[in-house]
Design a protein around this ligand. Sequence first.
Ligand code: CP
Length: 307
Amino acid sequence: MLKSKDLLGIKFLSEDEILTILDLAKNMKEKINNPSLRTDELKNKSVVTLFYENSTRTKMSFMLACDYLGATPEDLGIATSSVNKGESLIDTGVTLDNMGIDAMVIRHSLTGASHLLAKNVSASVINAGDGSNEHPTQALLDMFSIMEAKGKIEGLNISIVGDIANSRVARSNAIGLSKLGANVTLAGPSTLLPKNMNVLGRNVKVVHNVEEGIKDADVVMGLRVQFERQKQVPFPNNREYHYFFGVKEDMLSLAKDDVIIMHPGPVNRGVELSSSVIDAKNSIINEQVKNGVAVRMAILDLLLKNR
Ligand code: CP
């Protein structure tokens, strides 16, 4: 069970709640791998996705998670909805609430949009990314993937490299991984690395050099350069970014021998990671995608079963 009706950020989850989700996701992954284990645990529950920003992985994995648990997924296609006639976020949410929706999964460009929605509806609200603030379900699937690959999180050196300033994934991961006892290093160019990031957790440090960032790393997580959030261009061009701040195959000799490579996707190939790093045999990027469905099944189950 989770204390809140909503899942709005990793910062609101206790260590026990995080571990409960990761533990249940293990069972859910078995149901993905073996369809005969699936039951209609969430039959008669309805979930609507409200994506004010684009998505492939998060939206599809929530919809598949619903299917695998017997819930009914619906997508409010924002572009063709009454949002385009000027209906506010709260009025949109209250309208769906009155239709008897059990959960709303929202992605929005504004920090705090999911909090605003949660305060105004009785449905459970799940934050699928709010501006540059948090993307809690991505961090949970990342933590699950690390646990699966390494058997633990406590004591691991985890390097998150790239456009930290604009990344809700970096914030949620730094908070969550630090709660579980990892040593987190955030590395990137100073124009994409705000100074206050090390307040995110007790074991979070910030460096401006990628080589220093990935030294002795057990995990290297690349982050997408978020061109759409940048008000001014923070580096001259993609080639220079890759040259100075991209993770390349030869750099990985600085990390531990059994380092794993992660990325939340979508990837700008040849910008934040070279193609050979993305496709290397120690890359678990595709497994992260599969784990996203399992973790979202666990979250829906914990939030909705007892509603
Ligand atoms: N990682 C992630 O949130 O991907 P999408 O934007 O495709 O959902």
